[in-house]
Design a protein around this ligand. Structure first.
Ligand code: FA5
Length: 346
């Protein structure tokens, strides 16, 4: 009897519904019994083959069953949702007595910390902080600094060239020092000038304990009436005393950079042995700190600054080497190995 089929279907559907353990099973049940190709729909489709009398009774019973199963489905879904909520509350309960997890905090890299100290010192001496591009033109990095293409002084700065030619010549590079900012700034500004320029510089060099292919430099430039080597020395002495102690001394030794005249290598007396000679200063009592000098008069004139009236001094220091002295780290390569055993100490 067709009505028996409806009854049979009801029994099976209710049994399967009560046994559905979770939402996945519930969804499968719905497709099986109530879906478009489901078993109850099959019964309803089969009505076409029945007599009118049977259509009435079976049709009514099937429709009633459809309503009943839909309601039962909703009720079962509610029951399962509640059970899963209760379970997650029980198993996911917070244990407020557990010790908290450690907070890992980032910090400023030691070279950045030192850079800020140095810039604070220059700021307090009246210098403005200026930044410039790391990808630079040959014109600013070399030519404008009196280092033309065939000048032997180019050997002092092994260069990373950017593979692009302008007018058939390689002319874009990674700046090898922060000195190009002297030219860029003097192009736009006239004396009095007092700037400090922090930034990265790049050299195509093999690395060792004191050489990296990337370094941070701070350049200073001052141009005004009556500036001389004494002002340069006083400025640098003040910086090193702030960083390494009031008893520090510095020494200027003649050196050559095409963009300064005279040029000097500046050394500081070793703060470990107070100049007596020790392992830190390789027995010499002095530590090389930076390059410096009086801005070459030809450069001032080429910038439209009258060199008979104005003079200037400039210096460029490498912060990674300075940081080795400042923090007592023996190998420059350690700074950028990102080893937390080192970095956590600062
Ligand atoms: C210069 O770069 C000049 N521009 C400095 C200067 C500025 C002279 C203004 C005169 C007037 P030098 O090549 O010596 O000079 O580099 C300056 C400093 O950068 C060095 O004293 C050193 O501390 C650092 N330095 C140079 N090469 C490296 C390197 N490969 N790795 C790490 N630090 C370096």
């Amino acid at each position: 009897m067709p009505n028996d089929a409806v009854t049979q279907l009801r029994t099976e559907a209710r049994k399967a519904l009560d046994a559905a353990p979770d939402q996945g099973a519930l969804d499968a049940w719905r497709v099986d019994f109530l879906g478009r190709k489901g078993r109850l729909t099959g019964v309803l489709r089969g009505l076409a083959d029945l007599s009118i009398e049977e259509k009435k009774t079976v049709g009514a019973a099937a429709n009633a069953l459809k309503l009943e199963l839909e309601e039962a489905f909703d009720a079962r879904a509610d029951t399962l949702r509640l059970a899963s909520l209760t379970k997650s509350i029980e198993t996911g309960r917070l244990d407020v007595t557990l010790p908290e997890r450690p907070h890992l905090q980032g910090g400023l890299h030691p070279v950045t910390q030192l850079s800020r100290k140095i810039l604070d010192a220059f700021r307090s001496m009246g210098f403005s902080i200026i930044e410039g591009p790391e990808v630079e033109l040959d014109h600013y990095n070399f030519e404008g600094l009196r280092i033309p293409a065939d000048h032997p002084a180019r050997d002092m700065w092994d260069t990373f060239w950017v593979d692009e030619e302008v007018d058939g010549r390689r002319s874009i590079l990674m700046r090898t020092h922060t000195s190009p900012m002297q030219i860029r700034f003097m192009e736009e500004h006239k004396p009095p000038i007092r700037i400090a320029v922090p930034g990265r510089a790049y050299r195509f060099e093999a690395t060792d304990t004191t050489h990296e292919w990337m370094m941070t430099q701070v350049e200073i430039l001052a141009v005004d009436e009556g500036l001389n080597m004494g002002h340069l020395k006083g400025t640098l002495l003040d910086l090193f005393r702030r960083l390494f102690g009031q008893e520090r001394q510095i020494r200027l030794q003649a050196s050559y950079f095409p963009f300064v005249e005279p040029g000097a290598e500046v050394a500081m007396d070793c703060y470990v042995c107070n100049g007596k000679g020790c392992q830190s200063c390789h027995g010499s009592g002095w530590i090389e700190m930076l390059g410096a000098g009086m801005v070459h008069p030809e450069i001032l004139d080429s910038m439209g600054i009258d060199s008979r009236k104005y003079t200037g001094f400039a210096a460029g220091m490498g912060l990674e080497r300075l940081a080795m002295q400042y923090y007592g780290v023996p190998d420059i390569r350690w700074w950028y190995q990102n080893d937390l055993r080192l970095l956590n100490q600062f």
